[in-house]
Design a protein around this ligand. Structure first.
Ligand code: ZN
Length: 106
């Protein structure tokens, strides 16, 4: 993904792996933005490209789910966030999915 190009050098090293785990543990394995668990990524609050000295600073790192992370990274790269309609649609789909999951459990 081209969005992540700037942090490649950081997230490739072995040092990153231990810091990544420490941050996920600190944040309780949930997304700091929406509170969901599941697949999480560790985000640089201040981007690596502008603040390389903070690359391994836990205070500059947070756990984010993939969708919050993608949204944030897009904003940083100057893209517009998804439109309102699109967000509503996504929410409706998520609600439907939650409902059918609940139905399956019963
Ligand atoms: Zn999230």
């Amino acid at each position: 993904m081209t969005y992540h190009r700037h942090s490649k050098a950081v997230t490739r090293g072995p040092r990153w792996h231990s810091i990544r785990m420490a941050v996920l543990e600190r944040d309780g394995f949930v997304c700091r933005s929406c509170g969901k668990g599941g697949r999480l990524e560790v985000d640089h609050v201040k981007p690596v490209r502008s603040h390389p000295e903070l690359s391994f600073d836990p205070a500059n790192l947070q756990a984010l789910c993939t969708s919050c992370h993608t949204r944030k990274t897009r904003l940083e790269c100057g893209h517009k966030p998804a439109s309102d309609d699109r967000l509503k649609w996504r929410q409706a789909v998520a609600e439907l999915a939650a409902k059918s999951n609940r139905a399956k459990r019963i």
